[in-house]
Design a protein around this ligand. Structure first.
Ligand SMILES: [Zn+2]
Length: 113
């Protein structure tokens, strides 16, 4: 064995595996950002309705690019997990509800109690 003490080897192994995980993750992130827009995807694969170009499945999975509510969406195949296309979702109307939208003054029956 080498002259390195075991804890040092262990820490090096941990850092190396973390680096590998980050590398794979970063590659996946880059691939998502490089996806074609929906109309480009449909045109490239001659489709009218989006389906998976790899396995033909019509079950697709939509996710936010960086977080769940991201307006930048990317779509992957639900079966073979191939990355398909991305699109931008307009800001959802229900997210723009003002904080006090459900507030109302007490009516007279509640006020008496
Ligand atoms: Zn597929």
């Amino acid at each position: 064995m080498s002259d390195f003490p075991l804890p040092v080897l262990f820490i090096m192994a941990v850092f190396f595996s973390m680096w590998m995980i980050m590398r794979v993750f970063h590659k996946h992130e880059k691939a998502k950002r490089a996806l074609p827009a929906l109309d480009v995807y449909l045109q490239a694969h001659g489709q009218a309705e989006p389906s998976c170009h790899a396995c033909g499945a019509v079950e697709l999975k939509e996710e936010g690019l960086s977080h769940g509510k991201d307006s930048q969406r990317f779509v992957s195949c639900a079966k073979c997990k191939a990355l398909l296309y991305r699109f931008e979702r307009p800001q959802a109307a229900e997210e723009a509800v003002p904080v006090d939208a459900h507030w109302r003054p007490l009516d007279s029956a509640e006020r008496r109690e």
